[in-house]
Design a protein around this ligand. Structure first.
Ligand code: GLN
Length: 240
């Protein structure tokens, strides 16, 4: 951690905060506090400078216009690139995931991404809407992903990143893989919000940020109930 408290930045709540993705901030802060870690939360609007000294940066989903504007402002600001160079954790969801790559499509135009992840996004034949599930890369030691997706883009991974998961329901990147990660940067199409539905993923980010090998377990009864209920819904929908 960079200071005595865990500093979490929610990037551009005025642009990138659809489908309840701000919940990811609440979950991370709460799970850190429950482990006795002091937490400092900074919500940085798109007309403000991004501090480069935080431990975790969160990007949420957004419609095409706000996504394109958000990427432009982050490129002009440079703070996120400095933070990544210093080893900060970045977690991006949907629009916030796409814009970490080299390019993405918004309103029919190819837009420059931040080039922090080796991936690019274009448009798919249909909008991907519904449950998203998959087996997460075993190296991350996290149980299967459970989420909800709603996006028009499709994402193509380069050799410099690993897929976050293999898709078992939904589309994710392209119907085969979902999300991507490299170092302490991780992106997903999962809303829900993702970290409420996948508490082990929240703890992975907290471990990356703090350097802890293990964190004391928490009571995840409610999250597990939701995961079980959603798994059953996905299985029921797949039945002929
Ligand atoms: N605008 C992007 C797309 O449709 C991202 C959507 C989102 O963040 N939900 O692919």
């Amino acid at each position: 951690m960079s200071t005595e408290s865990l500093r979490i930045v929610w990037i551009y709540p005025d642009l990138l905060s659809t489908y309840g993705d701000r919940g990811n901030l609440l979950i991370l802060a709460r799970r850190a506090q429950q482990r006795g870690m002091p937490v400092e939360v900074l919500e940085v609007r798109s007309d403000q400078r991004l501090p480069a000294t935080a431990d975790i940066y969160l990007l949420g989903g957004g419609e095409d216009g706000p996504q394109a504007l958000g990427a432009q402002r982050l490129l002009a600001d440079g703070g996120l690139h400095r933070a990544v160079a210093q080893g900060s954790v970045v977690f991006g969801v949907c629009a916030g995931y796409q814009l970490l790559g080299t390019s993405f499509f918004a309103k029919g135009t190819r837009c420059a991404g931040l080039e922090l992840l080796d991936l690019s996004s274009d448009r798919g034949p249909t909008r991907a809407v519904g449950e998203l599930a998959g087996e997460i890369d075993p190296r991350l030691g996290v149980p299967p992903l459970s989420g909800f997706e709603n996006h028009g883009g499709r994402t193509h991974l380069g050799p410099g990143v690993s897929p976050l998961a293999r898709v078992s329901a939904g589309i994710g990147n392209d119907g085969v893989t979902e999300g991507a990660w490299r170092g302490k940067l991780l992106g997903t199409y999962s809303h829900g919000p993702a970290l409420a539905r996948n508490p082990a993923l929240a703890d992975l980010l907290l471990r990356w940020a703090t350097g802890a090998h293990q964190l004391p377990p928490l009571d995840d009864t409610w999250a597990e109930r939701l995961r079980t209920e959603r798994r059953a819904a996905v299985a029921a929908a797949a039945r002929p």
